[in-house]
Design a binder for this molecule. Structure first.
Ligand code: ADP
Length: 454
């Protein structure tokens, strides 16, 4: 089947849907291709918190923030590997993007901010239900209202170029038929990252091998990056892959049980019953340390008072049920009994716990310098969780300019081609701060859509 449209958007996650809505609002005829049976990608399964400096809730709470401070935080959080020009665009347009989602797309933001690591102030908006479901369901409803077709089960396979290298269309595979989409104006690549593509991960960063699972949607296989590179696009930061240390060893799903660690209450040990890393260390450092242990897993020990202080039962009851049922979490009267459940060396573990409790009394941890030591581990019953690191976000990708135009390896614009969202690189540097992704995909998705429609 051959069809002609002004604009084809590849990928129906948050970036692609933002781009499509803006392009259509600017008068273009737009179609969105989505390879999975449903829209949403990583955006759908994320918490979808959104960093927006100078937002309305900050004003109500008297929190002083600035665009420059957001830029500084983002650059520093990314180990100063990000492109400052792109980060400036992100910070300058983040609030407008959140207001656009609210006023034009109908997204409801909760009336409390969240404070993410690496941000100097509390600046992150939370969508209703603290889930990307709110973003994607409202964007899909808006797309439907605007008559933007979203073709599911339709995978883009190649970009079509003319003799001058300008992009003039997309080849795609549908369920029962193949398509050639010709474009009058542009193609927008918004196909997300490559966290679920082990081969591609290892190609760019051999540490992130098959022993590391993935929190990502299975559609995050880097298709857009490969298609763009094939026609000469430049890639940037491909080796920067973010892992999350505490995930489900069966599925790779991020575990909210980890709240207990973030509050400072857990001791992390290996199968030998020994601590091996600071429990509040950087995500990447902890992930690689866990990967190096027996079975590529760690065990988090928590006592009853830490369990209560972390509000695990109240906030994450269904997850606890799942963990017990799948033998990933045990609750026992003694440390020995809990250790035996997982075959952890119970004698060593008891020694580790005694030493740790001594550090709490001294107020310092000479072994690993744990930065917060709020409570001992001594009041039964005891809990042990088994966890493993998983890929969470791929920072690298297609190189773009501030107009979201794709650049070739010489730094020239590839005509007719835009990219936005996790598929692009250079905005999050070597490490993405929590809640910067939603701002990124919304800001650059909108820019791509507006410019492509011109
Ligand atoms: P972002 O956060 O950048 O919007 P997401 O992961 O949320 O990224 O969305 C990307 C979407 O693109 C996913 O729904 C994914 O299934 C889809 N996708 C990935 N590769 C292709 C492809 N080759 N053709 C069509 N859709 C694709």
């Amino acid at each position: 089947v051959t069809e002609t449209h002004d604009i084809v958007v590849i990928g129906a996650g948050g970036a692609g849907l933002s781009a499509a809505i803006e392009a259509k609002a600017a008068g273009a005829d737009v179609i969105v291709l989505e390879k999975m049976p449903m829209a949403g990608g990583n955006t759908l399964i994320s918490g979808a918190e959104y960093a927006a400096p100078n937002n309305w809730l900050q004003k109500e709470e008297g929190i002083e923030d600035s665009i420059d401070l957001h830029i500084e935080d983002t650059l520093k959080g990314g180990d100063n590997k990000a492109n400052e020009e792109l980060v400036r665009v992100l910070a300058e347009n983040a609030l407008a993007g959140a207001e656009w989602l609210r006023d034009e797309v109908g997204i409801v933001w909760e009336d409390e901010l969240m404070f993410f690591g690496g941000h100097s102030v509390k600046r992150s908006l939370v969508p209703a239900g603290a889930s990307g479901r709110e973003i994607i369901s409202k964007q899909l409803a808006k797309a439907e209202e605007m008559n933007i077709p979203v073709l599911l089960n339709t995978k883009a396979t190649a970009l079509i170029t003319d003799e001058n290298g300008k992009v003039i269309g997309v080849e795609a595979e549908g369920e029962n038929k193949n398509y050639t989409f010709n474009t009058n104006k542009a193609v927008i690549i918004a196909s997300g990252g490559f966290g679920s593509n082990v081969e591609m991960r290892v190609k760019y960063n051999p540490d992130i091998d098959e022993t590391i699972l993935s929190t990502n949607s299975t559609g995050s296989t880097g298709d857009g990056i490969v298609m763009a590179e094939k026609i000469g696009a430049s890639l940037v930061g491909m080796e920067y892959i973010q892992t999350y240390p505490i995930c489900d060893p069966l599925t790779g799903t991020l575990l909210y049980y980890d709240d207990a660690r973030l509050y400072g209450h857990t001791i992390i040990v290996n199968k030998e019953g020994k601590r091996f890393v600071e429990e509040l260390g950087r995500r990447d450092v902890m992930s690689m340390a866990i990967k190096a242990q027996t079975g590529h897993v760690c065990y988090e020990l928590l006592d009853q008072k830490g369990f209560e202080a972390s509000k695990l039962q109240e906030n994450h009851g269904p997850e606890l049920d799942y963990l017990y049922k799948n033998d990933l979490l045990v609750k026992a009267d003694t440390i020995k009994e809990a250790a035996d459940f997982f075959g952890i060396d119970a004698v060593e573990l008891q020694k580790t716990v005694d030493k740790y409790n001594g550090y709490i009394a001294d107020g310092k941890d000479p072994e690993f310098n744990k930065r917060s030591l709020p409570s001992t581990v001594e009041v039964g019953p005891f809990y042990i969780l088994k966890a493993t690191p998983a890929v969470h976000h791929t920072m690298g990708g297609i190189k773009i300019n501030t107009n979201a135009q794709v650049l070739d390896t010489e730094g020239n614009v590839i005509e007719g081609l835009y990219a936005a969202g996790e598929v692009t690189g250079g905005i999050q540097g070597a490490n993405r701060l929590g809640s910067n992704a939603l701002a990124d995909i919304t800001v650059f998705g909108r820019i791509a859509g507006q410019n492509a429609a011109k």
